[in-house]
Design a protein around this ligand. Structure first.
Ligand code: GTP
Ligand code: MG
Length: 426
């Protein structure tokens, strides 16, 4: 067990309750000392205790104390939680006491790091936990929760098991066949390429298919609002955001920087971008704003273009046109709000098309996508090789990529697993 660490795990004070978390060697002794009691609370049950300053036993706070013995704790180590009153002074005093008792403040991510190192979480779950903490929409929460629960880990484990099975058979052929058996090992490699390897390739391809959706859920769909100066872009952004995020003035060329607003479209995350009005300008600041506007619009998933001939018509309060979708364009008034509900309904439908509901995607980060693509590439290369020695080499490359995906397995583990399946003495 590593040295004892502590951290305020709840939000910044002041708050109703502050949760201070501890993990590591000797944590239970620290809990005994700070709570002035030899008796620890029963495992995973809260007990009210008076926390005391170590050197003079002066009371610091009344707190709920919980202990989580390793290895069945989040970090895998002996851990504890102190639920104190959430004032800055209480938190500071308790933290000072914990330092005096030999614990040190945790570094960012150190609890999760320990959970990873003790094998409680793999890297994909570590990634998911950080997503879960920042989830803003329902779909982000559901996806991160499934991933933290081991969705990709389980899939990758099954890929790894299949791969080890294939490798073990092929390598055994290579290692134990004498010269005369080369023919047999070629036949065998051929057979492996047909069945188990194809199934593995198909399963990975299916997972990779979900990667773009996972990426969209994680980062949000981007919607750029573009058009000439004074078209009402910032007014539309404010209306959709239902707050005054962007400056609106009658002056053409008001918006310069790209302004981002987070939207929740039926549980799907989207980022709405307000951009500088597009026109010829000699003002270098406005010109930079326009360059940024063009760049963001080009990479956006959707552009709401308020220019003449664009897909959105603003200011129908002035022209008297009917709100809603007709003549191939969406008509609205950012000022009165007419047509806004239709725009929102249309955006929500569009978001649902781009992020279909159903099974959360298996792949949620670029790292995962990259490594699975790498493994898949190696498997496909293995499929194309006639020589079992080269096939085995490709399979090892695939296993290495999968090992990096979970962060858990290195080549020794794979070798160990291969040999544990075979009786060498036989
Ligand atoms: N009558 C009417 N006026 C509007 C409407 N939308 C915006 N305006 C007005 O048009 C002017 C410009 O609006 P903005 O939202 O700042 O326009 P913009 O497209 O962001 O302009 P730039 O940032 O300069 O490119 C403001 O005076 C708004 O009040 C609308 O639907 N109807
Ligand atoms: Mg503007």
């Amino acid at each position: 067990m590593a040295a004892p660490i502590f951290a305020l795990s709840s939000g910044p004070p002041p708050a109703g309750v502050a949760v201070i978390r501890l993990s590591g060697e000797g944590v239970f002794d620290i809990v005994r000392q700070i709570s002035g009691s030899r008796r620890l609370p029963p495992t995973r049950e809260a007990r009210l205790r008076t926390l005391r300053r170590p050197h003079d036993q002066a009371p610091l706070d009344q707190a709920l104390v919980l202990i989580f013995p390793g290895p069945n704790s989040f970090t895998g180590e002996d851990s504890a939680e102190l639920h104190c009153h959430g004032s800055p002074a209480v938190v500071a005093a308790v933290q000072a006491a914990l330092s005096a008792l030999g614990a040190r403040p945790a570094e960012a991510g150190e609890f999760t790091r320990r959970a990873f190192e003790s094998g409680r979480l793999d890297l994909t779950q570590v990634e998911a936990l950080s997503d879960l903490i920042v989830a803003e929409t329902e779909l982000q929460r559901e996806t991160a929760l499934a991933q933290a629960g081991g969705r990709l880990r389980d899939l990758a484990d099954s890929w790894r098991d299949q791969l080890i099975g294939i490798m073990a058979e092929i390598e055994a052929q290579l290692d134990f066949s004498d010269e005369g058996d080369v023919e047999a090992s070629n036949v065998y490699a051929e057979r492996m390429r047909g069945g188990p390897l194809t199934r593995l390739v198909d399963s990975m391809e299916a997972a990779l298919h979900s990667a773009p959706v996972g990426e969209r859920i994680r980062h949000g769909l981007t919607i750029a609002v573009t058009g000439p100066p004074n078209a009402g872009k910032s007014s539309l952004i404010n209306a959709l955001a239902r707050r005054d995020v962007a400056i609106v003035t009658p002056h053409a060329g008001t918006t310069r920087d790209v302004i981002e607003v987070h939207l929740d479209l039926g549980g799907r995350p989207a980022i709405l971008l307000d951009t500088a009005g597009l026109r010829e300008t000699s003002d270098p600041i406005e010109a930079e704003g326009i360059a940024r506007a063009i760049a963001r619009a080009e990479s956006a998933d959707l552009v709401l273009n308020l220019a003449p001939g664009g897909n959105v018509v603003n200011r129908i309060d002035e022209t008297g046109e009917t709100p809603g979708f007709h003549s191939g364009r969406l008509h609205l008034s950012a000022r009165t709000g007419a047509g806004l509900a239709e725009l929102e309904a249309w955006l929500t439908e569009w978001a649902e098309d781009h992020i279909p509901s159903g099974e959360p995607p298996a792949i949620t980060t670029a790292r995962q996508q990259h490594l699975i693509a790498e493994a898949l590439g190696a498997l496909k290369s293995a499929q194309s090789k006639a020589d079992p020695v080269l096939t085995a080499e490709d399979l090892r490359a695939a296993a290495h990529a999968l090992g990096r995906l979970s962060g858990r397995i290195g080549p020794e583990v794979i070798l160990g697993a291969i040999f544990s399946r075979f009786c060498i003495g036989k």
